[in-house]
Design a protein around this ligand. Structure first.
Ligand SMILES: [Zn+2]
Ligand SMILES: [Zn+2]
Length: 195
């Protein structure tokens, strides 16, 4: 899974290079990417470390003031595990989104972030501002991760009790009886998912 992530990250990097954005440039700092360890509902996140002191500024939100920095020397991007089960274009959209957070003055979704996002969207056909349909994406991801495929469904002809098996002895239904009622079992071949 991590190899796939590194591969897609490299693709994003070279696509950015193609439109004149070099993320290995010194203003951006080091970027590392990995798969989030916790089961997180977000698509991804970017942790900024080692701020460059001279880029310090104060941000006012309501009555509160926050110390912020325009640039950091290192960035750790984490892509959530469940996102890795989705299509490559959704994974790459997430990677690109987090890469932009590494650019100077882009730690929030403000005007600098938006400028990069729309440039990358228009030149490379991304949809970075896409607010993903999280419920749909998560459901899709979980189906691939959790639903196991079975080849046989065995059902009791008497009480309807049923269960799934991946492999089956050829005379299973002759040998065994229903565990609940002792009735005859019938087997069906096909593709079944345990829900
Ligand atoms: Zn973001
Ligand atoms: Zn039965």
């Amino acid at each position: 899974m991590d190899d796939k992530l590194q591969k897609l990250f490299c693709e994003c990097k070279s696509e950015l290079n193609g439109i004149g954005i070099d993320i290995e440039n010194e203003n951006i700092g080091d970027i590392s990417i990995g798969i989030g360890k916790r089961n997180c509902k977000r698509y991804g996140c970017c942790k900024q470390e080692n701020p460059i002191k001279s880029t310090k500024y104060i941000e006012k939100i309501g009555r509160n003031r926050y110390i912020k920095y325009g640039q950091y020397k290192s960035h750790k991007i984490e892509i959530s595990k469940w996102v890795m089960n989705l299509n490559d274009d959704i994974i790459k959209n997430t990677i690109m989104h987090e890469i932009i957070h590494c650019f100077p003055n882009c730690s929030n979704h403000g005007e600098h972030f938006k400028k990069y996002a729309s440039y990358i969207n228009s030149r490379l056909g991304y949809d970075i501002s896409r607010v993903g349909d999280k419920r749909k994406d998560m459901a899709e991801s979980n189906i691939q991760e959790e639903a196991e495929k079975y080849n046989y469904k065995i059902e009791c002809t008497n009480c309807g009790y049923n269960f799934l098996r991946k492999r089956l002895n050829c005379n299973f239904s002759r040998k065994y009886r229903c565990g609940k009622c002792g009735g005859k079992l019938q087997t069906m071949k096909g593709i079944f998912y345990k829900i």
